[in-house]
Design a protein around this ligand. Structure first.
Ligand code: GS8
Length: 220
């Protein structure tokens, strides 16, 4: 029986994009359904009744929720397809999960604070955002990818933020590359992978969406 794989997502969500990058890495075909978060489909509410959030991966009718959990599930469910996304060594796996948890607990909010605040608050947000990236850059060190020679779990969960960097930099009037050149070189390396770049949207389109969000939320 053919597998049925459906992704519920939102084109501008760096969190949702993770699912599609992971499926692309594994070479898994899927049906993509765009959600309108102001008018969620009954399928989304049924498949993620606890959080009611995207992304959701629906594999043969069964939902998997929470983006990092989904990426790990994809690695395990299609372990014989494409490259392994998580390391096989338990300690290295734990370390990879640690860094993704760190990204999840810090980076999204720090980025959002850059476009949703002004003045001193925005300056503080920029500082925090760069501190987080600098720490991640230290973890990358001189490796090609966070996963060493291969593009893996941490890379997937972080690289999707790249399409928002132009927005943060333009609204915050600062340069990420000036502070984190090694991390930006890693971004460029990842973006050379067609399986990544074809999923991430045009940064200018993200910027326009963010200007809309600023109006929507009444950011002065
Ligand atoms: C976060 C998902 C999320 O915030 C994960 O999957 O990793 N921890 C979760 N999804 C947002 C869109 S991304 O900004 C969402 O679906 N929001 C809808 C809502 O809050 O109603």
């Amino acid at each position: 029986m053919a597998e049925e794989v459906v992704v519920l997502g939102l084109w501008s969500s760096m969190i949702a994009m993770r699912t599609r990058v992971a499926l692309a890495e594994k070479g898994v075909e899927y049906e993509y359904r765009e959600e309108d978060l102001r008018n969620k489909t009954s399928l989304l509410l049924e498949m993620n009744p606890i959080h009611k959030k995207i992304p959701v991966l629906i594999h043969n009718g069964k939902p998997v929720c929470e983006s990092a959990n989904i990426v790990q599930y994809i690695d395990e469910a299609w372990k014989d397809k494409g490259p392994a996304l998580l390391p096989s060594d338990p300690y290295e796996r734990a370390q990879a999960r640690f860094w993704v948890d760190y990204i999840d607990k810090n980076l999204y909010e720090a980025g959002k604070n850059i476009w949703s605040t002004k003045g001193e608050e925005q300056e503080a947000a920029k500082k925090i955002f760069l501190e987080i990236l600098k720490l991640l850059e230290g973890e990358l060190g001189d490796k090609t990818y966070f996963g060493g020679e291969s593009f893996g779990f941490v890379d997937i969960n972080l690289v999707t933020f790249h399409c928002w960097f132009f927005t943060y930099e333009t609204i915050g009037n600062f340069s990420i590359e000036a502070v984190c050149p090694t991390l930006i070189a890693w971004c460029k390396r990842c973006m050379q992978k067609e399986r990544v770049s074809r999923i991430l949207p045009d940064p200018r389109k993200v910027y326009d969406k963010c200007l809309f969000l600023q109006k929507y939320y009444g950011v002065p």
